[in-house]
Design a protein around this ligand. Structure first.
Ligand code: ATR
Length: 281
């Protein structure tokens, strides 16, 4: 029951009604007997300017940030975590002692999902796509000391911009570009493949971002698409005995990391996964 003592958290975005975060966080609060509530806030672009001041006024404890505000909210924050600063995007805001501090849990969510199945140190990693999700994952990956990172993309300029950014802002230099249609040339030397493009997402479930013929049991393949639960890329990879990780893992883990920032408590994975799978299946 919501009482005078209930602590308020939520998510801001535009649109917001399809967000999976409210059922995930609220299920965890309930299971853990925590006096918190997590609310979706639909913020129109013309009302975003004073968002952080308003959230402080309302004594909100934590906010997730989704499209289209992950970058535009940054100037309103009092502090920003190092990795979120480098990525240039924030998906989690902690309100503490009158200060709003921004974090990015997307990359950590992806890395945690991968680490459940494989080491990252000294591995050769192929990342498909060079958009916002790729940026968050690639920056966070550089902290794990992989052997090398290859960015496969349709538009070379977008990959080059990301690569330049990484080289400028981190000590990591073993990062290069390959056209997305040429991944066959290097796939034998790759250990881990991460798809961050929307190719294969509902309704285009028969599309696949790369040629999968050379994928085999030595590969780990993660997709960040969670609708469908198993993309064509993952289906093919699984048929060819690769280890596969569906997009729900990153979604759950980024949410768990945000929950920890908001509350200082760690929920069980299943508290977040169960309500999500209920919606998606
Ligand atoms: P994000 O939410 O991560 O920012 P996005 O901007 O929609 O996602 O796209 C992420 C990546 O998917 C981009 O690298 C984009 O390639 P370009 O840089 O060439 O635009 C890639 N992408 C999207 N649709 C694609 C398609 N139909 N074929 C190939 N790549 C595609």
């Amino acid at each position: 029951m919501i009482t005078g003592k209930t602590k308020l958290t939520g998510v801001i975005g535009h649109p917001i009604k399809h967000s999976f975060s409210p059922p995930m966080h609220n299920t965890a609060y309930k299971k853990m007997n925590m006096d918190y509530v997590y609310v979706p806030f639909h913020i129109l672009p013309e009302n975003i300017d004073n968002l952080i001041t308003s959230a402080k006024t309302m004594n909100i404890q934590g906010l997730n940030v989704t499209i289209p505000y992950k970058t535009t909210i940054i100037p309103q924050l009092d502090e920003i975590d190092e990795i979120a600063q480098k990525i240039g995007a924030v998906n989690t805001i902690q309100f503490k002692n009158g200060k709003a501090k921004g974090y990015n849990t997307d990359g950590i969510g992806a890395i945690k999902s991968l680490k459940k199945y494989t080491d990252l140190e000294d591995k050769n990693i192929l990342i498909l796509g060079a958009g916002g999700a790729s940026k968050a994952i690639t920056f966070t990956l550089t902290y794990e000391n992989p052997q090398n990172i290859t960015i496969a993309n349709r538009t070379q300029q977008n990959a080059d911009t990301l690569i330049e950014n990484i080289k400028k802002q981190t000590p990591y230099t073993n990062i290069s570009y390959i056209p997305i249609q040429n991944t066959d040339e290097i796939i034998d030397d790759i250990d881990i493949i991460i798809n961050t493009t929307p190719i294969g997402m509902t309704p285009n479930i028969d599309e696949c971002p790369i040629n999968t013929d050379k994928i085999n049991q030595k590969h780990t393949v993660m997709d960040i698409i969670y609708n469908p639960l198993e993309t064509k890329l993952l289906k093919k990879a699984k048929q060819q005995k690769a280890q596969t990780i569906p997009g729900t893992h990153m979604l759950v883990n980024q949410g768990i990391e945000a929950f920890k920032i908001f509350t200082n408590q760690t929920p069980k994975y299943e508290y977040f996964e169960k309500p999500l799978l209920k919606i998606l299946t």
